[in-house]
Design a protein around this ligand. Structure first.
Ligand SMILES: [Zn+2]
Ligand SMILES: [Zn+2]
Length: 121
């Protein structure tokens, strides 16, 4: 098996491809992307296989700024949504040693976005 070389610059087509593989994996239930809310703090907990190197990893992301921005935008237009699309930008942080990765940076370098629809209370 050839090692997947670290790579963090992608063409639009490659990004689209990673995104659609990630989405398929999320629909399958292999990749879980859970958006969490505690009072005004939003985050995402991600677990599953990377669509590029296929290694399983877990990661958490803070989404508060992004979600608050969206909500503020809606409120300025006088709308209070009860559901919202939240884009979660995920970076592979698998523990494998991909050749060429920068010092102190793990994963294979892949980034992809999975959008989640979440209820707003
Ligand atoms: Zn990997
Ligand atoms: Zn990866």
């Amino acid at each position: 098996m050839t090692a997947v070389v670290y790579k963090d610059v992608y063409t639009r087509d490659e990004l689209r491809d990673l995104g659609s593989k990630a989405l398929a994996s999320a629909l399958d239930g292999a990749l879980t992307v859970d958006v969490t809310q505690q009072d005004d703090a939003w985050g995402a907990v991600v677990h599953g296989p990377c669509p590029r190197c296929h290694h399983t990893f877990s990661a958490e992301y803070a989404l508060t700024a992004l979600v608050q921005d969206e909500l503020d935008g809606h409120r300025r237009r006088g709308v209070t949504p009860n559901r919202m699309q939240v884009p979660v930008d995920i970076t592979c942080v698998c523990k494998d040693d991909h050749p060429g990765h920068p010092k102190d940076v793990g994963g294979c370098g892949a980034s992809f976005r999975v959008t989640r629809r979440v209820p707003i209370s």
